[in-house]
Design a protein around this ligand. Structure first.
Ligand SMILES: [Cu+2]
Length: 336
């Protein structure tokens, strides 16, 4: 306890009080568990420092005291053992290790068991960004959370192993393809904090960052409401483009004429399309709407019927925005 007391004094010396408990070497303590994680870290660091100093000091003294000198050619035999000394140092080491285990295990259990009333957000990692899906289906590239409410993250990866890391929350958890991992936190201070990927995942690894934005609990609801209705604040083309990127169309449809799993959207609007049954239709609003809601009603010749239905997943105004975006891909960019 003297050790931690000493260490507390040391850390307080370099603490920046207005920055939420940040110190010279620690980010702010932005979550409820940050304090206990830091405490244990400092405790282990304190023990290491004390023993390091003790061992090095004793070593130096012995080096000088028992150095080779004139007339002291042979060492005198040393006593074989000192039972009391040996039992003492073993007892002290065991005690320290058990204390560390006790607090470490306690925090570990705490960190790995989300409270039952936690707000759940789905996280997907992919090369090289994060996407966060809210209970209402809204998808964002940054993580927005309410303060003072436990938030549970259910995470998976689309490609390789990533690791979700928020230093300010002292939260780090692997994100693994084909598996769901969970972690949780309760943010205590509104503000913005960094998210990093902490598992080397290829060329863009260092770019794989995002922000956690902690809203006051009253602000979070209105934020989600407004963000989910981003169409209201954008032109239909912009909104459609955003939907194209975040709702998965991009994975199968290009906008530059190149082939993917599905036909390109480039110059698609107004064109004559040959269907698998040989008939020919013109791509218009009604056909696009049908293609999105009932993809298998009319299948384009040369493609597999693999498009998932967006029935119940895209509202009418969203389909209208997507249509506006497709219409704008007429190859006359910048002319209007
Ligand atoms: Cu990564």
């Amino acid at each position: 306890m003297i050790l931690t007391g000493l260490f507390d004094v040391m850390t307080r010396l370099i603490r920046v009080p207005e920055d939420g408990g940040a110190t010279f070497w620690m980010p702010p303590q932005g979550s409820t568990i940050a304090g206990e994680v830091d405490w244990l870290f400092n405790f282990i660091l304190g023990i290491s420092v004390v023993f390091f100093v003790l061992i090095v000091a004793v070593m130096m003294v012995f080096v000088v005291k028992y150095r080779r000198r004139e007339g002291r050619e042979t060492a005198s035999p040393s006593p074989s053992n000192n039972t009391l000394l040996e039992i003492t140092w073993m007892a002290i080491s065991i005690m320290l290790v058990v204390i560390i285990f006790f607090f470490g295990f306690k925090s570990y259990l705490n960190i790995s068991t989300p409270p039952a009333n936690a707000y759940e957000i789905q996280v997907a990692g992919q090369k090289w960004d994060w996407s966060f899906t809210y209970p209402n289906g809204y998808v964002d590239q940054d993580l927005h959370v309410p303060a003072d409410r436990p938030v549970e993250l259910v995470m998976t990866s689309v490609d390789v192993i990533h690791s979700f890391y928020v230093p300010a929350f002292r939260v780090k958890m692997d994100v693994v393809p084909g598996r769901f991992t969970k972690t949780w936190f309760e943010a205590t201070m509104p503000g913005e904090y960094d998210i990093f990927c902490a598992e080397y995942c290829g060329t863009g690894h260092s770019d794989m960052s995002a922000m956690v934005i902690v809203h006051t609990s009253g602000e979070f609801g209105p934020w989600l409401e407004k963000a989910s209705n981003f169409l209201l604040t954008m032109t239909p083309e912009e909104g459609g483009r955003k939907l194209y990127e975040i709702r998965g169309c991009q994975q199968c449809h290009s906008v530059d004429g190149g082939p993917r799993t599905g036909p390109t959207f480039f110059k698609m609007f107004g064109k004559e399309e040959t269907l698998a049954d040989g008939s020919i239709i013109t791509v218009d609003e009604a056909y696009i709407r049908e293609s999105v809601l009932e993809p298998n009603a009319k299948v384009v010749a040369g493609f597999e019927p693999v498009m998932p239905t967006y029935q119940g997943r895209l509202r009418d105004d969203e389909i209208a925005a997507l249509t506006a975006y497709m219409r704008s891909l007429d190859g006359k960019m910048g002319e209007e």
